[in-house]
Write a protein that binds this ligand. Structure first.
Ligand SMILES: *[C@@H]1O[C@H](CO)[C@@H](O)[C@H](O)[C@H]1NC(C)=O
Ligand SMILES: *[C@@H]1O[C@H](CO)[C@@H](O)[C@H](O)[C@H]1NC(C)=O
Ligand SMILES: *[C@@H]1O[C@H](CO)[C@@H](O)[C@H](O)[C@H]1NC(C)=O
Ligand SMILES: *[C@@H]1O[C@H](CO)[C@@H](O)[C@H](O)[C@H]1NC(C)=O
Ligand SMILES: *[C@@H]1O[C@H](CO)[C@@H](O)[C@H](O)[C@H]1NC(C)=O
Ligand SMILES: *[C@@H]1O[C@H](CO)[C@@H](O)[C@H](O)[C@H]1NC(C)=O
Length: 940
């Protein structure tokens, strides 16, 4: 059975509770995104051009450096824009997320993104800002903003897809984004900030790319009984993208009951080996050839950014062509110094220059194998190697892979472009539902870093979670005892020895003043931290407690305790261990566990010390105020874009209408000229020409209001011209008007006779009601309300008004037909206007009459139906009373028996009820519902 199918079933069951889940693979070069929603099963969110992948990044164009007007361009247009305007292009930012201006990747970035200027973002300890040369400083961008723009643009497209889908709500707040398995804490923080900026209110989490591919791979596999072996089977995801190459070793295990467990075992990676490095190598070949050909000695960057970008674009093309051809002809006109640059690169040259890179393509695989000692000894023991990422298509890389692995190991069962996005979305669903479904893959993820802590400024760090530990776990660690009456404590958190953040706790003595341990004077206070490695594999201090600890049991606190895990065991630490095993998976249980264990030993409850804001020595996350500022900046740019779209739309409408009117005039020239002179017609034509010219040349800064005004003018002109065309088909003679007047008068009479008819029908009904003793007026009010709620009664009032003004117009025409002299004085156009006005009103009146008729019919229907019902009810009542009388007459017994009779009577009524139901067809069956309704109406 296909897992995706199962997943879909789950989704269907829960669909009402679901918006959509978006999974995004934000690559260095391309981004792929997948949408999952009721009625949308893992579908790629297409770009506006219908492509399945989108350029990561953006081209930002300002009308001038001074102007605040900024236009953002996404999608495939970026390619050519970035070659022409490299300095206003921000692409390939993935490696910059969470990095500082001084990091090596930043320098590498500048060496292949020509013309781009980076500034230190001092507000974030040497973070990075892109400077595009705009005077307005708010048009400098941090990498998170660029990623947020991309994600937000995807969100808009996804919303569009949902709009088009009848089963799904238009909500995309749940998002999962894949990250490199080697992503640092800062990088992940950067992703999370970007997701928030992109206006996703519910980030589900980050997924390692290798994990995503493994999930996708397993979800596509069918397992039958023969696979139920309860044995780990090892596979490896080899992922070579534009910027980096990773190997993710994973195992899966199908239990005897068919439950699949996916366990991520180890990874290997090269953070800078990827497609871009290969492109860069071709760039270098071309650059050398260029220097030679142009006889340039000084090899320092002589190329201006635009020229360098052109060469880079050529290198990128060469890389692709050399995948299939043995050579690539370069021909760049007017390349440098007004001269052309023509040359050839061969695949041999390409492979030569990269021969030393060979080992880099495969070493991640060997690292991953090495780091999983209990796993496969060599590639021979792998079931398969799953290829993912665009660069796995490069023949050069394929050749080296098959040398290492042998062709039979290479699996191409997943879509190398989309598998990561698909798996990311699948993980999003897992995170969203948290369902422990038997059919669902259980995923065990591990940390690939060591996470350490130290207190104060001690150099010695102690491992809290080590590389290979299972992620999504918390642990309590004693940090320091308070025997030194310390007033301050700093807790430092590290990732592989790199300081992530420090918490500085001050005034401790004051905070713990009231906290006293038991009489036993040996009891000492100890501070413990709860450390968490969450499902995003981000390390943090999540709680700090002060608690009591008996000194005789105390075995040296924090460091000894941690050491003891490695062997030096003692009674005390065993207790500790035991506590720790039922210790927290999350904050809630952490609370309760600690409370419980302490009640047992009759110690006071641990006192929670509120966490403080940490300090970040490296790249700071965006602060709340910065995030707010950036969020409104993006909102502003979005609003501007939206405005521009509306403006373009209205402009297109105006343009379309201009051309339409132009040909309309041409088509009807003859008819129009019967009514007006050539000069007059020319004026209309000139108006259309002027408007088109204005649109083409003078409307760049036109406001929406100006455009709408032009549309109004255009429509007025069109209406006039249409009148001229219509005039010829209209009998505007006195006789024609007389006829019109007759027609018009007929309608008034028709309405009057209708009214009379309606009136008498209603009074008949009144008589009928009153004859039976029913309250007509009450019913009348009720029905009025009922009709009003459907808008019918408003029609009546509208008719009254329309009729009044109609009569006025009609009288005017009537007068006119009686005064031939006055009539003859009117111009043809004036006559036409009058004629047309009345003719249109006649049409309106006819429609009104029709709707009044319908409304009256509905009213009579309601009266009659209610009458039948009231009648039936009355008959029942009479019957019941008759029965009562009979009973009374027959049995003049004591009270007890009387009660019994009442009881029987109830039964009888039901019998009668069912009889009437049978007699009276469907009307009675709705009685229950109707009669509960009527009191409400009566009250109203
Ligand atoms: C800079 O741009 C922002 C829009 O993000 C705008 O509100 C602000 O007025 C501009 N400042 C200047 C000096 O133009
Ligand atoms: C959670 O972490 C603690 C401390 O590192 C460890 O002893 C425990 O086994 C972990 N739990 C799981 C489920 O891995
Ligand atoms: C915390 O874990 C407990 C069980 O260990 C679970 O019932 C609870 O839902 C979890 N809470 C959160 C917020 O994850
Ligand atoms: C933990 O306990 C404290 C009080 O001891 C309480 O205020 C807090 O809400 C609890 N946290 C959770 C996550 O239950
Ligand atoms: C953010 O998303 C919400 C919900 O989709 C939407 O109502 C709001 O307008 C968005 N805000 C911005 C600034 O785009
Ligand atoms: C319309 O124009 C034709 C001549 O093209 C003329 O014979 C005819 O009488 C006109 N009709 C009206 C109602 O003016």
């Amino acid at each position: 059975m296909k897992l995706q199918l199962v997943v879909l079933l789950i989704l269907c069951v829960l669909s009402s509770a679901f918006g959509a889940i978006l999974g995004v693979d934000y690559g260095q070069q391309f981004t792929k995104s997948v949408l999952l929603a009721p009625g949308i099963s893992f579908e790629i969110v297409l770009t506006d051009e219908g492509k399945r992948k989108d350029f990561s990044g953006i081209s930002l164009r300002g009308s001038s450096p001074e102007l605040a007007e900024l236009e953002r361009v996404y999608g495939s247009q970026i390619g050519s824009l970035c070659t022409r305007f490299p300095q206003s292009c921000i692409t390939g930012i993935k490696p910059l997320l969470g990095k500082s201006i001084n990091d090596q990747v930043t320098l590498d970035y500048l060496s292949n993104h020509f013309g781009v200027k980076l500034l230190p973002d001092d507000s974030r300890s040497n973070g990075i800002k892109f400077d595009l040369g705009f005077v307005n400083q708010s048009y400098q961008f941090v990498p998170e903003e660029i990623m947020a723009m991309n994600l937000n643009e995807i969100k808009q497209r996804a919303l569009g897809d949902l709009d088009a889908n009848p089963h799904a709500q238009s909500i995309v707040e749940d998002i999962t984004v894949s990250v490199s398995p080697f992503a640092t804490h800062e990088t992940k923080q950067s992703y999370l900030d970007a997701i928030k900026l992109a206006n996703f209110s519910n980030p589900l989490g980050l997924v390692d790319e290798g994990t995503a591919v493994a999930l996708n791979y397993l979800s596509n596999r069918k397992f039958d009984k023969s696979d139920f072996s309860n044995q780990k089977i090892y596979n490896l995801v080899y992922d070579a993208g534009a910027g980096s190459t990773t190997a993710t070793l994973f195992s899966y295990n199908v239990s005897f009951t068919g439950k699949v467990t996916l366990e991520i075992e180890s990874i290997g990676y090269d953070e800078s080996f990827g497609g871009q490095l290969l492109t860069q190598s071709i760039y270098n070949i071309l650059y050398e050839k260029f220097l030679q050909q142009f006889n340039i000695k000084d090899a320092d960057d002589v190329l201006p950014p635009k020229v360098a970008s052109r060469l880079q674009e050529t290198a990128e093309r060469a890389k692709i062509i050399l995948s299939v051809n043995a050579d690539f002809q370069v021909s760049l006109e007017n390349f440098y110094d007004d001269k052309d640059f023509k040359t050839v690169v061969t695949r041999e040259e390409f492979e030569d220059i990269n021969s030393d890179l060979m080992s880099r393509s495969t070493s991640p695989i060997l690292t991953a194998l090495r780091d999983c000692p209990s796993g496969p000894k060599s590639v021979k023991d792998l079931q398969s190697v799953i290829l993912n990422g665009g660069s796995t298509r490069v023949p050069f890389i394929q050749k080296h892979l098959s040398q290492l692995l042998g062709d039979d190991k290479i699996s191409k069962t997943v879509n190398a472009d989309e598998s990561c996005a698909l798996g990311t979305t699948l993980e999003g669903l897992k995170l969203k539902t948290q369902l422990e479904n038997q059919k669902e893959i259980k995923l065990i993820e591990r940390s690939f870093h060591n996470y350490e802590t130290s207190i104060d400024n001690m150099d010695s760090q102690t491992i809290v979670f080590k590389s290979g530990d299972v992620a999504d776990n918390s642990t309590k660690v004693p940090l320091a005892d308070m025997s030194d009456k310390r007033d301050e404590l700093s807790v430092n958190l590290y990732e592989d020895g790199h300081l992530i953040k420090s918490y500085e706790f001050k005034d401790l003595q004051k905070k713990i003043e009231k906290f006293t341990c038991s009489k036993n004077s040996d009891d000492i206070k100890e501070i413990s931290g709860v450390f968490t490695l969450d499902h995003n594999k981000m390390f943090d201090l999540t709680d700090l407690y002060i608690e009591c600890k008996s000194s005789d049991k105390q075995s040296g606190g924090f460091f000894k305790k941690l050491l003891s895990k490695d062997g030096e065991d003692s009674q005390a630490t065993e207790d500790e261990e035991a506590k720790e095993t039922d210790s927290p998976k999350n904050e809630t249980s952490s609370n309760s566990t600690i409370t419980k264990s302490n009640t047992k030993s009759k110690q006071p409850k641990p006192l929670r010390i509120p966490l403080v804001k940490p300090a970040y020595p490296h790249v700071k996350p965006l602060s709340r105020t910065t995030k707010d500022r950036l969020f409104s900046k993006l909102a502003y740019l979005n609003a501007k874009d939206e405005e521009r779209i509306i403006l373009d739309h209205v402009r297109n409408i105006l343009e379309g209408q201009c051309y339409e009117l132009r040909s309309h005039i041409e088509d009807n020239e003859e008819a129009i000229l019967k009514e007006i002179s050539e000069n007059e017609l020319e004026a209309y034509q000139q108006f259309v020409r002027d408007t088109i010219e204005w649109l083409d040349f003078d409307s760049d800064n036109a406001s929406l209001e100006e455009l709408r005004e032009k549309i109004r003018e255009l429509n007025q002109n069109k209406k006039k011209l249409d009148s001229f065309i219509e005039m010829n088909q209209t009998d505007l003679s006195l006789d024609g008007f007389k006829k019109l007047y007759e027609e018009g008068s007929k309608i008034v009479m028709q309405i009057q006779s209708h009214m009379l008819e309606f009136g008498s029908e209603v009074s008949e009904i009144r008589q009928k009601y009153e004859g039976e003793g029913f309250a007509f007026d009450k019913e009348n009010d009720r029905i009025k309300l009922q009709l009003l709620s459907k808008g019918d009664e408003n029609k009546m009032m509208a008719l009254d008004k329309n009729l009044a003004s109609y009569r006025e117009d009609l009288t005017e025409i009537g007068d006119l037909t009686g005064k031939e002299k006055k009539f003859n004085k009117l111009s043809k156009f004036q006559l036409y206007e009058k004629y047309d006005a009345l003719a249109q009103k006649i049409v309106q009146m006819l429609a009104d009459v029709k709707s009044i008729e319908e409304s009256h019919k509905a009213r009579v229907g309601l009266f009659n139906a209610k009458f039948e019902k009231l009648l039936a009810r009355k008959k029942q009542k009479e019957y019941r009373e008759k029965l009562k009388e009979e009973k009374k007459a027959n049995t003049k017994k004591d009270e007890e028996e009387q009660e019994e009779a009442d009881f029987i009577e109830d039964d009888d009524i039901e019998e009668v009820n069912s009889q009437t139901t049978q007699q009276q067809s469907s009307e009675s069956s709705t009685e229950g519902e109707k009669s509960t309704e009527s009191p409400v109406h009566d009250e109203l």
